[in-house]
Design a protein around this ligand. Structure first.
Ligand code: PLP
Length: 377
């Protein structure tokens, strides 16, 4: 049968004129450069590229391809490990919260995934096994975050129990996770590091402590393995600082188009709830993006935006599909202009600050209807 020429081929590139134009462009060279910068800061340490939550919203497979020089990938689920293997990745892959059920162990072995063991129930599953190919294990110590992990005093006993199992690879890595490493003047990270060292003392294991913020602020907490997420995407969670302040490049630019410009009279109010009042007769722009695309509804009036190269600002409430903009500082703006919500010229950390959250939540929150594009090879 003839193909119906009126039905678009879903594989063909989406024309720029399609009415929803919210686009997340992922900068592959930035990902690569950021990994090199993590290595430089980490000196001899190995790097686990943390790609959980679809690589912080940047797309798991494409980021893994760009970050293929990492020594391992860190994921939050076996399903993500499966996606990486299906995409042909042969690196070490660590499932950061380990197996939930005995059946997970078989799947992890099949896919050659490594397990973070943080709870007695997981240890019991391993001890109940009869043989099996040796599973690589990361033993998680809770040094003060009080989320996942065993008491550091138990490290020796737990290591001995794991090392005694035929179905566990003897090359065990000891890890911990920091609660406040983004606060460079809070010595809690030093205390966590001390508790870790006390627990790890004398054990023949590699150590993994630092996340992105610790890599920047706590060089003594580096260990053998850095587990870096945010910095690979060019993002910092250090208050008042952007990734660029530390030499990292943003890996995502979120853009859309201006779909209307209206002249609104002084005293009129804009948007749901009529929260913003025009202080003078002025041009109000309407951009085709909203919280249905992942632009945060909590972004307050005054949150910066760019229209072409010119500065503009969110006014009124962000709605599901649309955003209203103060165009008084963008006199040349025209319908059809590119609107940048965040990217190299407008740090996502700044937008997050205006929305009362962190950059990670914004990039993770980009929704499925946003088009993804890649920039670089
Ligand atoms: C998410 C995560 C990381 C990475 O944290 P970043 O701040 O993004 O570097 C490291 N370790 C664990 C256990 C994590 O869950």
């Amino acid at each position: 049968m003839e193909a119906d020429s009126r039905v678009p081929d879903p594989r063909s590139p989406v024309p720029a004129s399609m009415s929803r134009s919210a686009t997340a462009t992922i900068h592959l060279d930035a990902l690569r450069g950021n990994l090199a910068r993590v290595r430089e800061l980490g000196q001899a340490a190995k790097v686990m590229a943390v790609v959980k939550a679809d690589a912080y919203g940047h797309g798991l497979e494409r980021c893994a391809r760009a970050l293929a020089a990492a020594d391992a990938f860190g994921v939050a689920s076996i399903a993500d490990g499966l996606r990486l293997r299906a995409a042909g990745q042969r690196q070490r892959i660590v499932v950061l919260s380990g197996p939930d059920a005995a059946s997970d162990l078989a799947e992890m072995r099949r896919l050659k995934l490594e397990a973070v063991i943080h709870h007695e129930s997981q240890l019991a599953m391993l001890e109940a096994e009869h043989g099996g190919e040796p599973l690589k294990v990361w033993l998680n110590l809770d040094t003060g975050m009080h989320r996942l992990g065993f008491a550091p005093e138990r490290a020796g006993e737990l290591h001995a129990r794991l090392a005694a199992l035929a179905a566990v690879d003897p090359a065990i890595v000891l890890m911990t996770h920091f609660a406040a490493s983004d606060e460079f003047d809070n010595d809690f990270t030093a205390r966590q590091t001390q508790r870790f060292s006390a627990g790890a003392q004398g054990l023949p294991v590699e150590h993994s402590l630092a996340n992105s913020a610790a890599l920047l602020g706590w060089p003594q907490a580096r260990g053998n393995w850095i587990r870096a997420g945010g910095l690979l995407y060019g993002m910092s969670v250090v208050e008042g600082k952007t990734g660029a302040d530390f030499g990292f490049a943003p890996a995502m630019t979120l853009t859309t188009r201006l779909v209307a410009i209206n002249r609104i009279a002084r005293g009129e109010r804009v948007g749901y709830g009529s929260t913003w009042e025009c202080p003078e007769d002025m041009r109000v722009g309407v951009a085709a993006i909203g919280y249905g695309d992942g632009y945060p509804r909590s972004a307050k009036s005054g949150t910066p935006v760019r229209v072409g190269e010119a500065p503009a600002a969110v006014i009124g409430r962000v709605s599901m599909d649309l955003l209203t903009l103060d165009l008084r500082r963008a006199p040349a703006a025209q319908v059809g202009d590119v609107v940048t919500l965040w990217g190299p010229s407008l740090p996502v950390e700044v937008i997050a600050h205006h929305a009362g959250t962190i950059s990670y939540e914004l990039t993770c929150g980009v929704t499925r209807r946003v088009l993804f594009a890649e920039d670089g090879a």
